[in-house]
Design a protein around this ligand. Structure first.
Ligand SMILES: NC(=O)c1ccc[n+]([C@@H]2O[C@H](COP(=O)([O-])OP(=O)(O)OC[C@H]3O[C@@H](n4cnc5c(N)ncnc54)[C@H](OP(=O)(O)O)[C@@H]3O)[C@@H](O)[C@H]2O)c1
Length: 273
């Protein structure tokens, strides 16, 4: 991002009507940004816009939303093109749209895998493609929201982890390719976070998945948003809020310790029936 600070920057946030995306939009409004959020549901977008606008630092800031399903590449091209014309080109793109539906591998359909890939990989790919020429012009910053499950395979998340690992790979390539163009790229890998999406995720979670996740704690979306903004300011590639930083270190340097701990938790819950 060219220039210091956030004041007057145009921020595009996919999945900005809820959870981590919304909390980030609110904090960036406080920091003087113009914020536009994208999601499918109109009602939540309208409510989000009210919340974001109420956090403005000055009366000159602009806020908007657009209905968008990021899994439809033609729609992404069209809606992002209109947003650039009406709202102004982006300085920062935050790709936060996503969802997790954990279950045993045998219960996860090909369709669910396809949906996860379309949402977490292809959808983010399309948003970046549509906005990259503008981000290059303005020396912008892209943040892709992956997960702890983007660097660590955990029981119950076969489709989700596959798609979030893929997003991590794409982000690493872009970091290298876009550096000469002055575009920074980051990957945010939150641990469990108390959002509406997490509430849905918990409805059908296998007990083994619950056991493995225990001890990691539950972050608030505002805490994750603060870590994201700090990562943006410092130009960090890997942004690991809360326990994610330590898990990333352990997974890279002591993977056998992580595996032992997960195996132990799974054995315990299976023994208990
Ligand atoms: N919460 C956690 O524990 C956690 C942990 C690690 C990573 N993450 C990741 O963090 C991101 C945000 O999650 P969250 O927990 O904040 O979820 P959330 O509260 O459910 O918010 C998800 C947002 O994405 C939007 N969205 C979903 N599908 C979309 C689509 N096809 N096109 C456009 N927008 C779409 C939703 O709005 P509509 O449904 O109206 O479209 C909503 O605005 C996700 O990528 C998630 O995988 C979450």
């Amino acid at each position: 991002m060219k220039g210091k600070g956030f004041e007057g920057k145009n921020v595009y946030i996919t999945g900005g009507s809820s959870g981590i995306g919304l909390a980030t939009a609110e904090l960036l409004a406080e920091r003087g940004c113009n914020v536009i959020v994208f999601a499918r549901g109109r009602e939540r977008l309208e409510q989000a816009l009210e919340r974001i606008s109420s956090r403005a630092a000055s009366g000159s800031q602009r806020f908007a939303f657009r209905q968008l399903d990021i899994t439809d590449p033609d729609q992404v091209d069209r809606v992002m093109g209109e947003a650039v014309d009406d709202f102004g080109p982006p300085d920062i793109l935050i790709n936060s749209a996503g969802r997790a539906l954990p279950d045993y591998f045998e219960n996860i359909s090909y369709r669910q895998l396809d949906d996860s890939m379309k949402l977490h990989l292809y959808g983010n790919w399309s948003a970046i493609k549509a906005l990259l020429p503008h981000l290059k012009e303005r020396g912008g910053h892209i943040v892709n929201v992956s997960s702890v499950l983007g660097f660590m395979g955990v029981f119950g998340y076969s489709d989700y982890a596959a798609s979030k690992f893929a997003l991590f790979g794409l982000t690493e390539v872009l970091k290298s390719e876009l550096k000469p163009h002055g575009v920074r790229v980051s990957i945010l890998c939150p641990p469990d976070t108390d959002t509406p999406g997490f509430e849905v995720e918990n409805r059908n979670k296998p007990p083994e998945t619950v056991a493995v996740s225990e001890g990691g704690g539950l972050m608030q979306p505002e805490e994750v948003a603060r870590a994201l903004i700090k990562g943006l300011e410092k130009g960090r590639f890997f942004i690991g809020p809360g326990s994610a930083r330590m898990l990333y270190f352990m997974k890279r340097h002591f993977p056998w310790v992580v595996e032992l701990a997960m195996d132990h938790a799974i054995k315990k819950v299976r023994k208990a029936g």
